[in-house]
Design a binder for this molecule. Structure first.
Ligand code: ATR
Length: 278
C-alpha cells in the first residue's frame, strides 16, 4: 500500500490555523489523500522536531508565528524571496537531502491583488507597517513595478530601515503616521501590514488618504470586515479586500512547491468564506 504524504503547519498558537483545511481542499481537487496536521511547538523543541519530521519521511512544513525567522535561520538553502523577507513559511527536503526554506506570503499577496484586478503596476502604493508581515511582501511588491511605493509606520525608523534595504532596487518613500495628513499624495492602493487589526485597532490615518478609485487591502481576515477596512469604507474607498485570498494563494504556492501541481484557489476561497460566515 502506498504511504500517505505527510505535511504540517508548525507555530504557537496554531490551533486556529486554516492551513489543514485549505491543503485538504487542494488535495481533493487532484483526487489525492494527504495527511496535514497543525502542530503546536515550543521554541526548544522546534529544530529537533523539524528534523525528526523530515527524517520520518514528512514531505513539507508550513511555518507560522512565531517561528518564521528561526526557520529562516536553520534552513540550509534559502530562496531569494526568503532572503529578502528574512523569514521562511515553507520547508521541504530537497533531493540532495538538504532543508529548503522559502516564503510564499509575498507572492500570495500579489496573486490575490492580480486576481482581484488590483495590480500595483504603475499605481501609487502605500504599505502600512514595517514588521515581519510588511517585510515579507516588499520584494514582490517592488517586482510588480508600482509607480510610487512608500512605507508608513508608527515607528518611522523601522520604515526607513526597510526602505534603505530596498534602495538598490527602487526608491521607496518613508512616512510617519503624523506626516500622512500633510502629504499631498493620494494613494491608489493602501495595504495594511500592521498587526493593528488583530487587536481591532486602526493605525491613525487621515480620511483623504485614497485617490478616487482607491483600494484598501488588509492582510488580516475575519468573518466581519476589519477595523481598517471599515475605516476605508467610511472614507469612500471603492474596493476593500481582506487577507483571505492572500492566505489561500500563499498556501497554493506552498502546495505547488511540495507537489508540483497548482490548485485552483477560487473554490477554496469560496468554501472558507462560507465556513467563516456560518
Ligand atoms: P508582524 O509579523 O505581524 O508584522 P511585527 O513584526 O511585530 O508583527 O510588526 C507589527 C507591525 O504592526 C509594526 O509595524 C507595528 O508598528 P511599530 O513598528 O511601530 O511597533 C505595527 N502596529 C502594531 N500595532 C499597531 C497599532 N495599534 N497602530 C499602528 N501600528 C501598529
Amino acid at each position: 500500500m502506498q504511504k500517505t504524504d505527510c505535511y504540517a503547519v508548525i507555530g504557537n498558537p496554531v490551533r486556529h490555523s486554516r492551513s489543514p483545511r485549505i491543503h485538504q481542499l487542494f488535495a481533493q481537487q487532484f483526487g489525492h489523500a494527504i495527511d496535514y496536521q497543525a502542530v503546536q511547538l515550543e521554541q526548544e523543541e522546534l529544530l529537533s522536531w523539524v528534523y525528526g519530521f523530515f527524517e520520518a519521511g514528512g514531505k513539507g512544513l508550513n511555518v507560522t508565528v512565531p517561528f518564521k525567522q528561526q526557520a529562516f535561520a536553520f534552513a540550509q538553502v534559502r530562496s531569494d524571496r526568503a532572503l529578502c523577507a528574512q523569514a521562511v513559511n515553507t520547508l521541504l527536503r530537497g533531493k540532495d537531502g538538504r532543508l529548503y526554506g522559502d516564503t510564499t506570503d509575498g507572492v500570495g499577496l500579489l496573486r490575490d491583488l492580480q486576481r482581484q484586478g488590483c495590480s500595483p503596476e504603475g499605481r501609487a502604493v502605500l504599505l502600512l507597517g514595517a514588521g515581519g508581515a510588511a517585510r515579507s511582501v516588499l520584494e514582490p511588491l517592488i517586482q510588480a513595478r508600482p509607480g510610487y511605493l512608500a512605507i508608513a509606520n508608527r515607528t518611522v525608523a523601522k520604515a526607513r530601515e526597510l526602505a534603505e534595504m530596498m534602495a538598490h532596487r527602487c526608491a521607496v518613500g518613508v512616512f510617519s503616521f503624523e506626516q500622512l495628513p500633510e502629504c499631498p499624495q493620494r494613494w491608489d492602493l493602501v495595504i495594511n501590514a500592521t498587526s493593528a487589526s488583530l487587536g481591532h485597532q486602526v493605525p491613525d490615518l487621515p480620511e483623504h488618504l485614497w485617490s478616487s478609485a482607491g483600494v484598501a487591502y488588509d492582510m488580516v481576515y475575519a468573518a466581519e470586515p476589519t477595523a481598517f477596512l471599515r475605516f476605508a469604507a467610511s472614507c469612500g474607498v471603492s474596493k476593500t479586500i481582506d487577507g483571505l485570498g492572500m492566505l489561500v494563494e500563499q498556501a497554493a504556492e506552498s502546495f505547488f512547491l511540495w507537489r508540483g501541481q497548482r490548485p485552483s484557489v477560487e473554490p477554496v476561497i469560496a468554501s472558507l468564506r462560507q465556513e467563516m460566515n456560518a
